[in-house]
Design a protein. Structure first.
Length: 138
């Protein structure tokens, strides 16, 4: 994660931290998260495992759809992979709110590599719940 102050949701996100994700932008309607591809993130073809590209996009989605005190989760998401990446490359997921109405929302996340080439396009659908925000761990 980044050294800048993170919202409690991201301070508790152990999965994103384990993958070395860094929150670059966290503002209403927009989020940017980056990750450097490590050797242990490669599949059997020595390219970035698609599930980890999805995880990066999903983290940006989680940030951008949780812009208030309500717990918002994924109702569904899909991803289109456009090009492969390799160890050492830096992937950046940029998420934007497309629409939010009542308890539902629609968000687009574009994953690019360090040259700006589009690696994947992700579309997430959210639902706001009545769940309480978990307590901070000490």
């Amino acid at each position: 994660m980044t050294d800048s102050p993170l919202r409690p949701m991201m301070r508790r996100d152990r999965a994103s931290a384990a993958l070395g994700m860094r929150v670059e932008v966290d503002e209403p309607g927009r989020a940017v998260v980056s990750m450097t591809v490590r050797e242990d993130m490669l599949n059997g073809f020595d390219i970035t495992h698609g599930g980890l590209v999805f995880a990066l996009a999903d983290t940006a989605f989680a940030i951008v759809c949780n812009e208030d005190e309500n717990v918002t989760v994924a109702a569904g998401a899909d991803i289109t992979f456009l090009t492969s990446t390799r160890e050492g490359q830096v992937l950046t997921a940029t998420g934007t709110r497309r629409a939010r109405n009542g308890r539902t929302g629609l968000y687009d996340i574009t994953v690019t590599d360090e040259t700006g080439d589009v690696v994947a396009e992700f579309r997430g659908r959210s639902v706001t719940t009545n769940r309480p925000v978990p307590e901070e761990r000490s």
